[in-house]
Design a protein around this ligand. Structure first.
Ligand code: LLP
Length: 385
């Protein structure tokens, strides 16, 4: 059960708001640090999961790098203290302006997703009189067995460069004088809970690395992206994903050459469980088959259920009466604005506080102003007293 001692503190705060339990974040970061350091692995935090400056600063304080997907994420990372040489930049559609930002910032590496993008980076780097360091993002055609909207590493996806293009990439690289190939990058999807998927990724990377070394191409680093999933059903029992097993898979199955670095881009697994969306019940209304609990938070604060039919645990913090089933919905003018159907909750009434759990990743980050709503504020456990 969500830390019920918080209720008194929450009851004076206008809802909805994003609540961050900084102790959970800290415990998670400590374990990521400990387990990745065991093998000398480099972890870049995937900023897209949560770009809240306080969260970003906390993560930076552990020495992690940043994985960015836009010029603004690069700027936010620099503002939050991430060193330039620990910033990687991926994205299928990097604009000229964003590439310029990355060049000006002397980032560690561009993860390039197409040949035309490499050409442009080469051209812009030449104008700036720089050598841009790049990794090629390879589409390894490994199925992540996750929701199809967050699968990125199979051939029908728009991401990365497929195997049949490798020859053209090498031809191009031979003539691009202002880019230097330093890595191979992979990312196959998100919310992957079946670790055998990562084993499959390692085996595929070993094959791909062989293809390159057969052609006398050796890179300084391999970047395996992110994608490690969290337990949305049991946030209290499993607040920290099993990073021991996760990093262990790469140690066991990925063949690194001497001095070859391994990089990760972890988003969700670092921040999902520290966040909850706190909301109030506006009305309880009788529907034909079920009661509706209508909240003051909606898909504008948490899009995941509407977009991916994602499950988030919902708790009524104010009541412990007999349970009943409710469709828990938001106020937005869309039928998909629903956090859960037939959710069993203790008897629920107007003004009850509701916690929607595991929203630290892709919650606040995906907020919108649809219906001209205000962006909800964020509240941090270490600032409450
Ligand atoms: N690296 C790259 C290149 C990525 O595209 C992503 C996520 C990550 C790293 C971080 O992945 P993570 O460790 O968080 O799984 N909005 C969706 C998730 C989209 C993920 C996009 N890419 C959701 O709410 O489930």
């Amino acid at each position: 059960m969500f830390n019920s001692s918080r209720i008194n503190e929450f009851s004076n705060i206008p809802t909805p708001f994003y609540y961050y339990d900084m102790e959970i974040l800290q415990n998670t970061l400590e374990i990521v640090k400990r387990e990745s350091s065991k093998y000398g692995y480099h972890v870049h935090y995937a900023v897209k999961a949560n770009a809240n400056p306080k969260i970003m600063t906390k993560i930076q304080s552990y020495g992690f790098g940043a994985d960015c997907v836009s010029g603004n994420e690069i700027k936010r990372s620099l503002e939050s203290g991430y060193p330039q040489n620990k910033i990687v930049y991926a994205g299928v559609g990097k604009s000229d302006q964003e590439i310029q930002t990355a060049l000006d910032s002397n980032i560690f590496c561009f993860n390039c997703e197409s040949i035309p993008e490499m050409e442009l980076i080469n051209e812009m780097a030449a104008k700036a009189n720089k050598i841009a360091k790049i990794a090629i993002r390879i589409n390894p055609n490994v199925n992540a067995n996750t929701h199809h909207y967050i699968t990125t590493g199979v051939e029908e996806n728009k991401f990365g460069i497929s195997r049949w293009e490798f020859d053209s990439v090498l031809e191009g690289l031979a003539s691009y004088k202002n880019i230097e190939l330093i890595g191979l990058h992979f990312h196959i999807g998100s919310q992957i809970t079946d670790l055998s998927v990562f084993k499959g990724l390692c085996l595929r990377i070993n094959e791909i690395k062989q293809w390159f070394s057969d052609r006398q191409i050796f890179v300084e680093h391999i970047n395996v992206g992110g994608g490690f999933g969290v337990d949305y059903k049991h946030p209290d029992e499993n607040p920290i994903p099993d990073f021991v097993a996760f990093f262990g898979i790469f140690d066991e199955f990925l063949d690194l050459e001497a001095n070859q670095e391994l990089h990760f881009e972890l988003g969700r697994s670092m921040v999902a469980q520290c966040g909850s969306l706190i909301s109030k019940v506006l009305y309880v209304k009788n529907g034909v088959k079920t009661k509706f609990a209508i909240l003051d938070a909606g898909m504008t604060e948490l899009l995941r259920p509407a977009l991916y039919q994602a499950y988030h645990k919902i708790e009524n913090l104010s009541s412990n009466g007999e349970t009943e089933n409710y469709d828990v919905v938001g106020p937005i003018c869309e039928s998909s604005d629903c956090f859960g159907k037939l959710v069993s909750l203790p008897a629920t009434k107007r003004n009850d506080l509701i916690a929607i759990r595991t929203t630290g990743a892709y919650g606040e980050a995906m907020a919108s102003r649809y219906n001209l709503r205000d962006i909800a504020p964020s509240i941090f456990s270490n600032e409450l007293n």
